[in-house]
Design a protein around this ligand. Sequence first.
Ligand code: NAD
Length: 417
Amino acid sequence: MSETPRPTNDYQIASEQFDIAAEAMGLKQEMRMLLKTPFREMRVDVPIRRDDGSGVIFIGYRVQHNGSRGPYKGGIRYHPEVDLHEVRGLAALMTWKTALLDIPFGGAKGGIACAPWEMSQGELERLTRKFIQRISIILGPNRDIPAPDMYTNAQTMAWIMDQYGRKHGYTPAVVTGKPLEVGGSQGREAATGRGTILVLEHAARSFGLPVDGATAVIQGFGNVGSFAARFFHELGGKVTAVSDVSGGLHDPAGLDVPALLAHVARNRTIQGFGQGRAVSNDDLLTLPCDFLIPAALGGVINRRNAERIQARFVIEAANAPTTPTADQVLADRGVIVVPDILVNAGGVTVSYFEWVQNLQQFYWDEEQVNRELGKRMARAWENVHGVHLEKKVNLREAAYVIAIDRVARAESLRGFE
Ligand code: NAD
């Protein structure tokens, strides 16, 4: 893959969002430089054999952005658009996310430029194992702890644990998002979608909109999007449109979410579901609704469509779905944007619980996980909403101010040299 920046890549988005908040805080130039510069960036070639015996080389990355508050933490993404800029931007978002939730981790991200949907399970396993072999020197339960992201899942995490363990012995705390059978946590799979809807509920309550009877449009129907749909539906909300990579479905009367979940469990796509009319991924974003929930790729709400967004709230379940230009347009139009580093932090929060359980070898039941998740998400919402009211800044800036302040304090205490 090329490393040329795309028009608005995740790195640019994260970097501009940081600058806006740093400026508002009057953060010293030296500290800005320290907090913007990633600690370490690793790029590796990952050669594997295809099932047909031919050799192919993929490129993988791991970026450790900031570790002043604890071990580096962040997901691993498999997607053809993965490049150093994207991974760098997403690593920085993880630093702010863990700080905002007050979790004792830093921020990292990894990825491999590949098209996982064109690969067999065997090829994916060989790819994962080879990648981990090459980056394992910078991983470890007290160094850097990967997790799932787009097109990686609990199975991928099990391979990572197994591969790392071959050299280092049994080390479940080196990776989170594992299956329950090998040290995963109850509630981890649903955590990001659950956290998304917890934050949506808090936002709706604070801004005076009942969720019961409200409408949501969701882009992406993978781990995050499908659980978000399920929990929104359980609260009495109507999911009027959803999409995946193959396109979208729209029914203003509300889609039958349990039937759709069952369809996707069987077919791995929303295509072929017998309800709703087809809608493109672009048009889906501009449908009228109360809550627009991007839960797929970054940069999808941008200068081309921001004027046409008809939602009252954008609930950023994906990482970096809104460009800074679009952010400004939405603010001017009175659309409330609830930022990614808060909305989708449920995943890393339960990852933290998983890490704690692995280190102690003492496991919690699902009720305890969900209760602790609820407490942390509520506290983070209250902090962000409080700063939003007090400093009269938007929710994203409020979230960044809190996060940057925490990381800057840790950096100062540790010292510059
Ligand atoms: P996933 O791989 O489970 O699902 C991704 C979904 O997006 C799929 O439905 C896929 O079909 C769809 N998609 C892919 N390309 C698309 C396109 N061009 N247009 C529309 N849809 C497309 O991934 P996920 O884990 O659900 O992650 C989704 C987003 O949430 C990502 O931005 C990820 O970084 C973020 N996120 C995930 C977690 C987590 O715990 N999984 C945590 C925090 C943030």
